[in-house]
Design a binder for this molecule. Structure first.
Ligand SMILES: C[S@@+](CC[C@H](N)C(=O)[O-])C[C@H]1O[C@@H](n2cnc3c(N)ncnc32)[C@H](O)[C@@H]1O
Length: 268
């Protein structure tokens, strides 16, 4: 039997890009299997079953009612969650967000360590940051999440994320397949998969502060923030993983915090 040869001049099919088409994005290597479906849906193809997000309009006890105002000219805060465990795979007939709680057998069968699959950490961190005083007073400028696979997610501060883990995981499956999530009843994209590196979205005048339990610089965050030039935007980089530590080149200073409720520091 003859061996099949490629026809001369036949080009390799270009790899499908996995990012929201509304923004330029670099091709990243896929080093995990199984993969989400190759086909990227467009807005037109979006189904009725899609999760929709609502802008935040509610209030937290003890603070004034604020509508999140991302257009404030005052310096603000940007959060980057690194090493978030947000990976989807086809388990049975459906794509699911892999977690040690739900997919231990699947992960072991696929030679993965279930302890590394903790999407609940990212879920809680995102919730805390969006519910924080920093956000309620309009000083949260952006929230970025980098997954362990190197995907970069952008979450707008006024996005209301699902309150339950089950709905959050459904939303993440949808985001990682469709590459964006729009606001309910509006065309605004509240969550997007965007192009790396995250540094291209950071303001020029900002201080990039990383958090690590193992840093020798133990600080009281309230005092530390008070020492920083209050005209600078602050970028807080926090690990969203269960084990290990973050070690990002763009971070200027690593701190170990006595009190890790960074997101609830009130900037006046
Ligand atoms: C579950 S912890 C990972 C623990 C890890 N063993 C470590 O040394 O940071 C996830 C993230 O929380 C943050 N974190 C937890 N405790 C902290 C502390 N006391 N000071 C600063 N950051 C902390 C770090 O950003 C860390 O990457």
């Amino acid at each position: 039997m003859g061996r099949a040869y490629k026809m001369k001049g036949q080009k390799r099919k270009k790899k499908e890009e996995k990012y929201d088409k509304g923004e330029e994005f670099e091709q990243f290597e896929e080093n995990v299997t199984p993969q989400p479906p190759k086909k990227v849906k467009t807005d037109d193809a979006a189904s009725d079953k899609e999760e929709k997000l609502e802008p935040v309009t509610d209030e937290l006890p003890g603070i004034p009612i604020v509508t999140v105002d991302t257009n404030t000219n005052k310096p603000g805060v940007i959060f980057i969650l690194e090493k978030a465990s947000l990976e989807i795979a086809k388990v049975g007939k459906t794509y699911q967000l892999l977690s040690s709680d739900e997919h231990a057998n699947y992960l072991v069968r696929n030679k993965r360590n279930p302890a590394d699959y903790r999407p609940d950490i990212a879920f809680q961190a995102i919730q805390t940051i969006l519910d924080s005083r920093v956000n309620k007073c309009g000083r949260l400028k952006a929230l970025y999440v980098r997954t362990q696979q190197g995907l970069l997610l952008h979450i707008k501060p006024h996005a209301r994320m699902p309150r339950t883990y089950k709905r959050f995981s459904g939303l993440m499956v949808q985001l990682l397949q469709k590459l964006h999530i729009t606001a309910a009843g509006k065309g605004e994209k509240l969550l997007r998969v965007i192009k790396n590196p995250v540094t291209q979205y950071l303001p020029i005048n900002c201080r990039k502060i990383g958090f690590s339990h193992s840093s020798e610089k133990l600080v009281d965050m309230y005092e530390y923030v008070g020492t920083i030039n209050n005209e600078l935007d602050l970028v807080f980089v926090v690990g969203a993983m269960a084990h290990g530590k973050i070690d990002e080149d763009y971070v200027e200073d690593y701190l170990s915090s006595k009190l890790i409720s960074i997101a609830n520091i009130y900037f006046t």
